[in-house]
Design a binder for this molecule. Sequence first.
Ligand code: ASP
Ligand code: MG
Length: 412
Amino acid sequence: MPVLVMKFGGTSVATLDRIRRASKRVGVEVAKGYDVIVIVSAMSGKTNELVGWVNETSPLYDAREYDAVVSSGENVTAGLMALTLQEMDVPARSWQGWQVPVMTTSAHSTARIEDIPPANITAKFAEGMKVAVVAGFQGVSAEGRITTLGRGGSDTTAVAFAAAFGAERCDIYTDVDGVYTTDPRVEAKARKLDKISFEEMLELASLGAKVLQTRSVELAMRYKVKLRVLSSFEEQSDDAGTLVCDEEEIMESNVVAGVAFSREEAKMTLVSVADRPGIAAAIFTALSEGGVNVDMIVQNISEEGHTDMTWSCPVDQVKRAEKAMADAAAKEVLQFQTLIADTDVAKVSVVGIGMRSHTGVAAKMFDVLSKEGINIQVITTSEIKISVLINRKYMELAVQALHDAFELDKAS
Ligand code: ASP
Ligand code: MG
């Protein structure tokens, strides 16, 4: 039998009623002749509650016990979904990660899936089970402890199962009806895309579009898993939602596929550091050891052997960065005049595989921003994206102006 993976996010299993609605969707696919693997999230809000309990009990918690607690939300929805399916006369069984087993690394709270041996579930399908309901987000380490995959991790569980079972497709049911050219809450003219390439989706996910966990897109790209993002709240046809696929499958697309943004950015500048080999290494080693995720980096032209180094990072990591730089200065690894933190910036990016073959996208982007009077503070580019750091109060304006200028409201 062909295998289909269906993943239901937290809002899609938030109540018993919604679990029933999701189960009906599963029943439709079973009736088409699929063996279905359902991956479930915890009921929406549950994981946050569990994380809160852990923090309240033990602020510097043991990550093994964090995983033991926060993985439990998925166990509840897996069991409830299996029961609901059974009530509908669909042969179903629930599986926790360790029962499959979903083998992961031992990096508690950010574990990576290493292997999903399909034998146990396949044997049950052979006995007549039609649906395996698997708790997402969790696995088991070689030491036999429960692990979790990082917030949003059940998307990754779903893609990993699709790869392990050679599934025909991996359908991600969520509270939006697909992937949009930008967030419709910021730009009302945002348009749902029928298809988007893995590369574009990967950029959009890592740039702040929250529909899919970044890691799940990486996996889908590596194993060429066809991913579909669709709403669990609407009656669905076979071509509903957005298909995330190989770029060869996309016949025509705009040069720019989407505009992404992230509000929670900070820009930090180390003023007057020595300009000699080893200084950048010293700065960014100290930052990385201090747990700071640096994104953009700019080094100024140097004057009299000194230069300024600027980087961006998530705004909630500014304190850590300040500490890392102060420690490095105290240990005389680094000397600098001051460290300036601007916590009032946002990152806006345009993404599209068309940029590989079209010139002028950057020029157009900068022109659009200048016409709105928006100053660009830092720029970075990759083959298929251009990102700028701007003052946060202009973020919405920038997104809307770029969406207009690249005519993202119109299909190509
Ligand atoms: N329940 C977990 C979370 O909220 C995993 C997931 O839903 O993807 O992060
Ligand atoms: Mg999610």
